[in-house]
Design a protein around this ligand. Structure first.
Ligand code: FES
Length: 619
């Protein structure tokens, strides 16, 4: 029998090969290769949306193709995928306009470009009204049309109940909303342009949301808010331990607070950009394991116990409405997998943003935040260490530290070399150009680097006194040096009853943070038996909104100075990771693999850690 002859179809530019029976339509061959084409008229040959170019093995055109395609197009192999059959081994090109999900590339970070392959697909269908005596159901008409273009899907009972009314109201012209392999909704008319999602970095200090156009991967807007955990209580462990003494209520209180923040950000995003809430079909979220547990309403107390066992490690796909998140009523929430203990989707996002899991070259990535993350390796072997000892870099664990918001000093510049009027020797760059309220960790790094260069800070971190520096500094700078109960201080602002100063305790905090990170890097290099020269690329990421000057980061010794030429700043890699997961099912699969393959190291318990730490604490 003819239809048992097997033929080969090569699909470009995807470079996919599929074996199919003779007489299979090109549309079905593409579907079995996992490539979805536009086909609103479901094979009637009237819409002309499923055009492909057959470059080898084209069949003769049929009457519909003769009618709608020009002579030149027919001659150069253009055919309708729904009409043209595979009669010979074939090579064909699918233009991006003919795809449901166009093969768009999105630049996700400085290190990563990804193909747009979202979990959500919208498909416009012009269905045939079932004839009275044909014995065909509404559901069959719908599922058959989707099967031709997309493959088998599952239709929930709730939607089946509403089906006749929707089809009647839409005059059988509907848009199917498909998530994964599930038909989640049917919308009246063609709504294929309106397909949005939100991605969230659920940080311990900052919650940052982005509104994304799923059709093209573009970020439409971002909004951030201080996390519920950092407003009144700076210690995550203490907050959780306190609130979870009564696990039921404690957890609910934390989860409600987080979800309120998320809903507030979503409302701000959609009202700013005039997007309808019902057109947001999915949310993705990444953060530490603790924050991911709280979002899902899972008790995280086991994470703060001695064993640090998480309740969940794999990714979770949850119902947004059941979590209390206000999006389309059928929307889903994807939560990133975790690595271990406190190390959650934030670390996986850093690996994905730096493309460490895709490259044979050895890369180093360091995340500065409430938890410091250090990752070294390549796709063949990767080591990770996470530490709360680096929390000075989160922006709020220093005396006048604050997150990047209005009033935060985000950069400092010294004007030296000539006599200065009071207050003109240093320039403060303040967010919002208002009176300064505090200082970000990016500005603290800048200040430390300058003070180290001027000799105000000794190698061991001690801030020298005014007397010691009397002969070497301008008086304006000198007058900024003072003292408190813990040692000397350096004041950057002292007006209108507001004083912002770097204290000896702050310097110590930064020393602990950078000493821990650097010690971890050195020990990991030893475990992998590599030198600095073997590390090809170095990436730094930070808390949402904080920027670091890379030279100054190297200046204070977070990295060796010779890393500068291979060092790049990623920005907030957790936001980037959440966005990538929203836009690509491939990224979700990669995240799962990373979750099960990266080696977590407990460096603090190693004997050599203290030795390395005491070396690298110094400036
Ligand atoms: S021409 Fe309409 S689906 Fe092919």
């Amino acid at each position: 029998m003819n239809n048992e002859i097997k033929l080969k179809v090569n699909i470009l530019p995807d470079e996919k090969e599929v074996i199919c029976n003779k007489d299979t339509t090109i549309l079905n061959a593409c579907t079995s290769a996992g490539i979805m084409l536009n086909a609103p008229c479901s094979g009637e040959g009237t819409c002309g949306k499923c055009v492909v170019q057959v470059i080898e093995g084209a069949s003769a055109p049929d009457s519909c193709e003769f009618q709608l395609l020009s002579g030149t197009m027919l001659k150069t192999g253009y055919r309708f995928a729904c009409r043209s059959k595979v009669n010979d081994n074939m090579r064909l090109i699918i233009p991006s306009e003919s795809r449901i999900v166009r093969e768009k590339k999105v630049k996700a970070s400085t290190a990563r470009v990804l193909s747009l392959r979202p979990n959500i697909v919208k498909m416009y269908l012009r269905l045939q009204q079932p004839k009275e005596k044909a014995g065909v159901s509404h559901l069959e008409v719908l599922e058959k049309a989707i099967l031709r273009r997309f493959g088998k899907i599952e239709t929930p009972l709730e939607l089946i109940r509403r089906l006749p009314n929707i089809l009647k109201a839409a005059n059988y012209k509907v848009t199917a909303v498909i998530m994964g392999r599930r038909l989640t909704d049917l919308e009246i008319g063609d709504t294929t342009r309106d397909i949005f999602g939100v991605s969230f970095d659920i940080g311990t200090n900052v919650i940052a949301g982005a509104l994304i156009n799923i059709n093209n991967g573009k970020e439409i807007g971002t909004v951030s808010d201080i996390s519920f955990l950092s407003k009144n209580d700076r210690d995550l462990k203490a907050k959780i331990t306190t609130l979870l003494r009564n696990p039921e209520e404690g957890l609910k209180e934390l989860q409600d607070a987080l979800i309120n923040r998320i809903n507030g950000i979503i409302t701000e995003l959609i009202s700013k950009k005039k997007i309808r809430r019902e057109h947001i079909y999915e949310m993705s979220a990444a953060g530490s394991s603790v924050m991911q547990h709280i979002l899902l309403g899972i008790n995280p107390t086991s994470l703060v116990s001695a064993t640090h066992h998480p309740v969940i490690k794999r990714s979770i796909d949850a119902d947004a409405a059941a979590l209390g998140i206000n999006l389309n009523r059928m929307a889903r929430v994807y939560v990133m997998p975790s690595l271990s203990g406190f190390v959650g989707g934030d670390a996986i996002s850093l690996i994905l943003s730096a493309a460490m899991n895709k490259d044979e070259n050895i890369k180093l990535a360091v995340g500065l935040g409430a938890n410091g993350i250090i990752i070294l390796g390549s796709k063949d072997r990767m080591l990770i260490y996470s530490t709360s000892a680096s929390s000075a870099f989160d922006g709020i664990h220093i005396n006048n530290g604050m997150l990047p918001s209005e009033g935060a000093v985000e950069d400092i510049k010294f004007n030296l070399g000539h006599k200065h009027k009071k207050g003109k020797d240093i320039e403060l760059k303040v967010i919002g150009n208002v009176e300064p309220e505090g200082i970000t960790s990016g500005a603290v790094v800048a200040l430390l680097s300058e003070l180290k260069r001027l000799g105000v800070i000794e190698k061991n971190g001690r801030i020298r006194s005014k007397e010691e520096l009397r002969n070497s500094l301008d008086s304006a700078i000198l007058n900024r040096i003072g003292s408190d109960n813990n040692g000397n201080t350096f004041t950057i602002y002292n007006e209108k009853r507001k004083k912002i100063a770097l204290t000896q305790r702050d310097v110590k905090e930064i020393q602990i943070a950078k000493g821990t990170i650097r010690a971890a890097i050195e020990i990991m290099k030893g475990i992998l038996k590599i030198t600095d020269d073997d590390i090809m690329e170095v990436y730094l990421s930070g808390t949402y909104g904080i920027t670091y000057n890379l030279e100054r980061i190297a200046d204070i010794g977070v990295f060796p100075a010779n890393y500068l030429e291979k060092l790049e700043y990623l920005g907030d890699s957790t936001s980037i990771g959440a966005k990538m997961a929203l836009l690509s099912k491939d990224i979700r699969a990669e995240a799962e693999i990373i979750s099960n393959s990266v080696e977590y190291l407990d460096l603090a318990s190693r004997e050599d850690f203290q030795d390395e730490f005491s070396i690298w604490m110094n400036f």
